[in-house]
Design a protein around this ligand. Structure first.
Ligand SMILES: Cc1ncc(COP(=O)(O)O)c(C=O)c1O
Ligand SMILES: N[C@@H](CCCC[NH3+])C(=O)O
Length: 454
């Protein structure tokens, strides 16, 4: 077993045990316990480099520069932020907490972006004090607040305006972000015919404030996108808005950010978005649009998160209760589904419950010559929707104390984890070149009880 959806270089030993980053998962389980998030450092670096080099090459070829920001919301630890930076990426943050991690990792402020549809004054102040390279503003009221807080400090805040292009893309309604009826950004479409669009109003409002420097326009259309057409469509809308703004104000802004959203393989046989292909397609289309509009090419940036860290991670669990359940099906024959319970669940991966996300799992501590059976991997929470993998074929002899790994959990697993049912959150363990290292330690009951003041 090698290749997607597992980290590159993952394979089986002769006795059937899975090896990731050169480390046998049985060793990982013995040393760090389960459940554990395992992160293949080499795979992360490979993907970070692949995105940077693909976009630099494609955009360079059409005469445009590009910066790649790693979207920290997918998974941000101090080491991960350092890896991103060492691979030539900047870091995109979406809260004061993420900003704190990036700063702890000594990412220079100038290489950090701050997002958020509801930033607090404290978060904006922290960003200004850290000298972040850009604050992506999300509303008219925020423009006024950033300007006021910058004025208090006697600084000029570099800002981008997040716009919604109306391009609908992404794997699930909750992760599509550029349609009209949701909370992010300012629409490029006017509320009434002939009126000014909220996006244009915001851009002009920024230009009026001497405490703000308008760097450019930002668009993020959604997440887990497999068809690159959405990026091209959104780029076209943003470049047109940029040209309209130049006509209105005389200023052709320098930068355009196309956001993140690059899709990955979750299941065997899934095809991930190819960074080289999407970079080439988008670069060629932005050159064509700029030619049509008669404008110079801006500097571009992108913000991939999932595509860098998702496939680099897997979650290692120990199997507990195994229960065959007879399922009666409407009109068809009854069938048996084997419920395989593991020692984590929706607290370490909420994505199946939240988005109906599909994952792949294998028994990884041994080989088995048993036939496969239809299985459902479930967690240990008090919730019937606590499903880790809806449907997967597992060997019929799957049993308590087996190690089970779920692939492609690097993104939005740990970062969206909770303590539901007072479960301590699992550690993040990096593997590299035959050795493992804890990046974030396992929580303990004392950690949780320490928050409870009685
Ligand atoms: C503004 C912004 N940038 C980047 C990302 C990262 O997205 P992904 O992890 O899908 O690349 C997101 C999340 O969807 C986002 O909201
Ligand atoms: N959390 C989402 C990604 C989108 C969030 C960022 N806007 C997921 O797990 O797929």
């Amino acid at each position: 077993m090698t290749g997607a959806p597992w980290p590159s270089g993952t394979g089986r030993q002769k006795d059937g045990a899975l090896v990731v980053g050169g480390v046998d998962v049985r060793e990982l389980a013995a040393e760090h316990g389960t459940p554990a998030y395992v992160l293949d450092e080499a795979d992360f670096r490979l993907r970070a480099r692949a995105y940077r080099t693909a976009f630099e090459a494609a955009f360079g070829a059409v005469g445009a520069g590009v910066d790649v920001y790693y979207a920290g919301k997918a998974l941000l630890t101090v080491a991960v932020a350092r890896w991103a930076r060492e691979e030539g990426l900047r870091v995109d943050t979406a809260s004061g907490g993420e900003l704190a991690v990036a700063l702890r990792a000594e990412v220079p402020g100038a290489e950090i972006g701050l997002h958020g549809n509801n930033k607090s004054d404290a978060e904006i102040e922290r960003a200004l004090d850290a000298g972040v390279g850009r604050i992506i503003v999300d509303s008219l009221v925020e423009i006024e607040r950033v300007a006021r807080l910058a004025a208090d400090r006697g600084v000029v805040a570099p800002v981008m305006v997040r716009v919604t292009t109306g391009v609908h893309a992404g794997g699930h309604e909750y992760i599509a972000t550029a349609h009209e009826d949701q909370k992010f950004g300012l629409s490029v479409n006017p509320a009434n015919e002939g009126a000014e669009s909220p996006a244009m109003t915001a851009l002009l409002a920024v230009l009026k404030r001497p405490e703000l420097k308008l760097l450019g326009i930002h668009s993020h259309i959604g997440s887990q996108i497999i068809d690159p057409d959405g990026f091209e469509a959104a780029a076209r809308v943003v470049l047109r808005l940029r040209a309209d703004l130049a006509e209105r104000s005389g200023l052709l802004v320098d930068e355009v950010d196309l956001g993140g959203g690059y899709g990955i393989a979750y299941l065997p046989g899934d095809v991930a978005l190819d960074p080289e292909r999407v970079a080439k397609d988008v670069a060629q289309s932005v050159r064509a649009v700029c030619q049509e509009l008669g404008t110079d090419l801006p500097r571009f940036s992108i913000e991939p998160g999932r595509a860098i860290v998702g496939p680099a991670g897997l979650t290692l669990y120990t199997v507990g209760t195994v229960k065959p359940v007879t399922v009666s099906s409407d009109g068809g024959a009854d069938f048996t589904r084997t419920y395989v319970s593991v020692d984590g669940g929706m607290s370490d991966n909420i994505r199946p419950a939240l988005y109906g996300a599909a994952y792949h799992a294998e028994v990884v501590g041994r080989s088995s010559s048993a036939e496969n059976v239809l299985a459902r991997v479930v967690g240990k929470h008090c919730e019937s929707g606590d499903i880790v993998v809806h449907e997967v074929q597992l060997p019929a002899d799957v049993r308590a104390s087996d190690l089970l790994a779920v692939a492609a959990t690097g993104a939005y697993g740990r970062s969206m984890a909770s303590n539901y049912n007072m479960l301590p959150r699992p550690p993040v363990v990096a593997v590299f070149d035959g050795a493992s290292r804890v990046l974030v330690r396992r929580e303990t009951e004392d950690d949780l009880l320490g928050l409870d003041l009685g």
